[in-house]
Design a protein around this ligand. Structure first.
Ligand code: GDP
Ligand code: ZN
Length: 379
């Protein structure tokens, strides 16, 4: 459905990215070389509605979506979204399409860095299908030895953390480099400095509520509002942190892919059985003496229990609900396919699920506060 929509834009259409969405209005930041129309606006942001046809098709528009706009009114900076490009990734909380990476933030101390909690967050972040960038904050409170110990330990896990102190050293060249030209969503437990970091990264001059009151003549503020902010060095950052409860509920056979240590072990070698879950199967190359193996087993046990629950559930609605909370883990794919391919097919399923959700609830427009406002002005 999305693909069909993306092919039907007219000869005067401009391509851009949805940076913000409220009710049925979308702010679309046009690409520098945005389209095939007669006029090339420079990095302009247009306030857009969604063409009625898209709504009828159940085609949602999310922050982060790549969209085609038509019928621009350059003076008033308005236009209509007529097509949505297929999504590369999709996160439900916060609702952001086409995210490239999860920036996982933990504190070295205060709160004490708990390796199991970190492991759970890492797996959950890996399960989104996006890249994972790990950042350890509050280095000002940690000794050199503590810092070095964590760097070495995480290296064993397959990660290279970026150590920062938002409070005492708010210039982070390595982090800025990692965020460059990508769409990033921050995640992590509370108290680690996520809000402080987001505030430090997003230029103070970008006042988020102004945009709304200025364009629509009605100032409003909503906590469900997600916005992508342009970073000074390029790249977009969601201003709302993502999941902070790392419930992991993927298909048991997918779980191994979310551990770099396992991916590495399976790169050069193969388990005897193609559907090995790496527990006590003979000829398993994953089982062994590596730090997070116990975490793997614990999470696997949980995933197997949830799978059983889904199979036992006679109520399709209940099954559906379990699936809907999985943030990317909607169903199972055959094993031994290339990872890239697996991801594509998972995304397809996500979109199908999204459409199903549209039909079931009709309230899925993630950012619409229809009780608060009714601006329906579809073309
Ligand atoms: P969030 O819950 O993850 O959004 O964390 P906050 O941004 O609210 O920060 C939690 C607390 O940690 C606040 O009191 C911050 O001032 C403090 N904090 C944030 N970054 C640092 C840091 O780099 N060093 C120190 N010492 N404190 C920090
Ligand atoms: Zn195995």
């Amino acid at each position: 459905m999305t693909e069909a929509a993306s092919t039907q834009h007219s000869s005067s259409a401009w391509l851009g990215t949805v940076s913000s969405a409220q009710a049925n209005f979308y702010w679309v930041r046009l690409d520098e070389k945005a389209g095939n129309g007669p006029y090339q606006p420079l990095k302009m942001t247009l306030l857009c509605t969604r063409r009625a046809r898209l709504k009828k098709m159940g085609q949602q528009v999310m922050v982060g979506d790549r969209v085609w706009v038509e019928d621009p009114d350059w003076e008033d900076a308005r236009a209509v979204i007529t097509a949505v490009e297929p999504r590369r990734t999709q996160l439900d909380r916060p609702p952001v399409a086409n995210g490239d990476q999860v920036l996982l933030v933990f504190a070295l101390v205060e709160p004490t860095l708990d390796p199991h909690q970190l492991s759970h967050f890492l797996v959950k972040a890996e399960a989104t299908g996006m890249d994972v960038c790990l950042c350890l904050n509050k280095r000002d409170l940690a000794s050199e030895v503590q810092q070095q110990t964590w760097i070495e330990r995480l290296c064993q896990w397959g990660y290279t953390p970026i150590l920062i102190s938002v409070q005492t050293d708010p210039a982070f060249p390595a982090l800025a480099q990692a965020l460059r030209d990508r769409i990033t969503i921050v995640s992590g437990p509370s108290g680690v400095g996520k809000s402080s970091l987001i505030n430090a990264l997003i230029p103070k001059t970008d006042l988020r509520t102004n945009q709304v009151s200025g364009k629509l003549g009605r100032g409003r503020h909503t906590t469900r509002h997600v916005e992508l902010f342009e970073l000074p060095q390029g790249g977009l950052l969601a201003d709302t942190p993502g999941f902070n409860q790392p419930e992991i509920s993927c298909h048991p056979e997918d779980l191994a892919q979310y551990f770099p240590e396992i991916r590495q072990r399976l790169e050069g070698d193969r388990c005897q059985f193609g559907d090995c879950l790496h527990r006590d199967e003979p000829g398993c190359v994953v089982r062994g003496d590596w730090e997070r193996y116990e975490d793997y087993l614990a999470i696997l046990k949980n995933c197997l229990a949830q799978q059983q629950l889904r199979q036992d559930s006679p109520d399709p609605e209940a099954t559906y609900k379990v699936k809907a909370t999985l943030a990317g883990q909607v169903s199972h794919e055959p094993r031994l396919q290339a990872k890239k391919y697996r991801r594509v097919s998972r995304r397809r399923r996500q979109q199908a699920l999204q459409e199903l959700r549209c039909e079931l609830t009709d309230t899925v427009e993630p950012l619409s506060d229809l009780d608060e406002i009714d601006w329906e002005s579809e073309n």
